[in-house]
Structure formats: structure tokens, C-alpha cells
Ligand binder design. Structure first.
Ligand SMILES: [Cu+2]
Length: 103
């Protein structure tokens, strides 16, 4: 009896973990968004990008400022650079978690 309850609990926890895993898999498959650098602010850990549609956020193209996850990402970027980036909503803050220069 106790064994059944414990194995049921393990099954519930395990399916929860699998659910989280599939969410992060969906993320990895997301496409990068094209953008152009308008402003780089290393001190404030921000970058302003003119961007195309951000499909994973349901956001149309516009010029806006993003937080960056790692300010080191800004070191090799300058105004006018074309980039491909991935933006996520991290606790209500739209954050660029990946930025690559687009050659
Ligand atoms: Cu935007």
C-alpha cells in the first residue's frame, strides 16, 4: 500500500521533470531573430536593437532596448552591426540571452 503511494508520487514528480525538459527542448528549436544594433550600453547591461518579428514572444518588429544576460556579449558589438539574437521573457524582463554577429 505504502509502496503504491510512493511509486505514484515518483511517477508524478518524474512526469513533472519530463514536462520541464520538453519546454526547454522547444526553446532550443526556436529560431533566432534578425536585428541591427542601435545602441550598446555596457554599464547598464542593455542593447537597443531594431528587430524583426520575435516569434517566440509574439512581438512584431520594432526598435527597443533589451537587457542582456551577460554583458560580455556586448564587447564585440557596435552600432550598425547586423545580428541574430534570441530574446526571452525572464521574469517579466525581455532579455537577449544570445546575440551573434550576422555575417
Ligand atoms: Cu520589440
Amino acid at each position: 500500500m505504502l509502496n503504491t503511494i510512493i511509486s505514484n508520487m515518483i511517477a508524478i514528480v518524474f512526469s513533472g521533470i519530463m514536462g520541464l525538459a520538453s519546454v526547454s527542448c522547444a526553446h532550443a528549436a526556436d529560431v533566432m531573430t534578425s536585428g541591427e544594433v542601435r545602441k550598446v550600453d555596457k554599464a547598464a547591461k542593455r542593447i537597443t536593437l531594431k528587430h524583426g518579428d520575435i516569434k517566440n514572444l509574439g512581438m512584431p518588429g520594432m526598435t527597443m532596448t533589451f537587457g542582456v544576460q551577460d554583458p560580455a556579449m556586448l564587447n564585440q558589438l557596435k552600432v550598425g552591426d547586423k545580428v541574430k539574437f534570441f530574446a526571452e521573457d525572464l521574469k517579466g524582463v525581455i532579455t537577449a540571452t544570445r546575440i551573434e554577429r550576422d555575417k
